[in-house]
Design a protein around this ligand. Structure first.
Ligand code: AMP
Ligand code: GLY
Length: 414
């Protein structure tokens, strides 16, 4: 099977690793990719938003499957263009990707599907915004309706800041604050069936102890020793299956990865958000744990054939820690020299924001690398990840020191 993977981040590096490990994958291509992915796939310098360029590339290489990583090309209709040309594609249509592209749309589908989520109002005027803020009270949760590259959500006790964010959006969703730990639970769907993956937890704040600004994600781990045993079944029954049924009933089946961001509240699980693609950095811990061959799995999803598939997982734990550039997330420095990348057993170094310079590897983004360790438990996995990341040299870079720390302590107590 010849596969084209679209994207260039740590998530795509992890997907490339999984796809390449499947014996059915005969050729792996990636557009545009990064220097880490270059060791697994042939790279093509085509932007993820260039639908025509990517369609031509898929035809040229005779791709049997295209896997779309990031949200931008999904919302841009890349999957529709590829499917119209008869190419099997893992990734939702433009219409189905609205589950990520519009918070208001996602709320409407959840309402129709009976999926538990917070109460919300969608507002366009100052009067509506103020009314919504005052009806919920603090902490205020204010979400830009559209894609905002991780900057669209403000959670604050400061009413003036909540109002200011609301006014800066052309359409805004204001919702009830959900209290409780957050988990990420993904499902792989062919449009009719959805296979839940194992849960993971992401660390969204920049600094230790969940301090500092929101980021794209500073680290993740899986499995979650503290989560209720039935979390996967409950999420499948209450969230994933009804969403897939509702999207199919609307004539816009969701084919690809449905990312449910959940809060475990006192009154059960509630959806915080949906994404229409693999999460980053959760993918960097899930792919190393997934035993089911990835290329065949995603091909079956893309060709409406998941009926008899069950996912298999390794018993090992995985922890990933993100190395971020100085100034991330507000104003990340780029073009720094990266050196001393170690090769350590049970450790994978996924490139995210890197590029090849004349004299070696350079940073090119805020999240530079995700370093994943695996082991028999979270403590071992953490040790591997931290041993590796502490050796990498990039001036001014930083990483959190507490990824999966509480969970590894809890696991020991069990
Ligand atoms: P989102 O982009 O929707 O994932 O929101 C970013 C982050 O804001 C989430 O990971 C949560 O930590 C927080 N958040 C979003 N919605 C809520 C909510 N209703 N209650 C509490 N926190 C929330
Ligand atoms: N881990 C958060 C995201 O992928 O959106």
């Amino acid at each position: 099977m010849k596969i084209l993977l679209v994207g260039s981040g740590g998530r795509e590096h992890a997907l490339a690793l999984g796809l390449k490990a499947d014996p059915k994958c005969s050729e792996l291509h990636c557009a545009p990719g990064n220097p880490g992915i270059a060791s697994l796939a042939k790279l093509h310098n085509i932007a993820v938003t260039d639908n025509d360029g990517l369609l031509n590339l898929a035809k040229e290489i005779g791709a049997d499957l295209v896997v779309i990583g990031p949200e931008a090309p999904l919302v841009n209709g890349l999957a529709d263009v590829l499917r119209a040309a008869g190419i099997a594609t893992f990734g939702p249509s433009k219409a189905a990707a609205q589950l990520e592209g519009s918070k208001d749309f996602a709320k409407g589908v959840m309402r129709d599907a009976g999926v538990p989520t917070s109460h919300s109002f969608t507002c366009t005027t100052k009067e509506e915004i103020e009314k919504a803020l005052d009806s919920f009270g603090a902490p205020y949760v204010v979400k830009d309706d559209g894609l905002a590259a991780g900057k669209g959500v403000v959670v604050t006790n400061d009413r003036a800041a909540a109002l200011a964010h609301g006014l800066s959006c052309s359409r805004v969703v204001i919702e009830e604050f959900l209290d409780g730990p957050e988990i990420s639970l993904f499902g792989i769907s062919d449009g009719r069936n959805i296979l839940p993956m194992q849960p993971a937890q992401d660390f969204k704040r920049a600094f230790d102890g969940d301090e500092g600004p929101n980021t794209g994600g500073m680290g993740a781990y899986s499995p979650l020793p503290w989560a209720p045993d039935d979390i996967v079944d409950e999420t499948y029954e209450k969230v994933l299956a009804p969403m897939i049924a509702e999207m199919a009933a609307r004539g816009t089946p969701f084919i690809g990865l449905l990312y449910a961001g959940l809060a475990l509240t006192n009154s059960g699980i509630k959806v915080i958000e949906f994404n229409a693609r693999f999460g980053d950095p959760e993918t960097e811990v899930l792919i190393p744990r997934l035993v089911t061959p990835l290329a065949q799995l995603l091909y079956k999803a893309a060709t409406d054939s998941l009926d008899d598939v069950a996912l298999q997982w390794s018993d090992e734990s995985a922890v990933t820690v993100v190395l971020a550039s100085e100034g991330y997330p507000d104003s990340p420095k780029t073009n720094g020299a990266i050196s001393k990348i170690p090769t350590i057993d049970k450790t994978q170094i996924f490139h995210a924001g890197t590029k090849a310079g004349e004299n070696g590897l350079l940073s090119s983004g805020g999240r530079v690398m995700a370093v994943t360790g695996t082991g028999k438990d979270l403590t071992e996995a953490r040790d591997c990840a931290y041993r590796a990341i502490s050796q990498i040299e990039l001036e001014g870079s930083f990483y959190r020191s507490d990824i999966a720390l509480n969970a590894s302590v809890a696991e020991k107590g069990n």
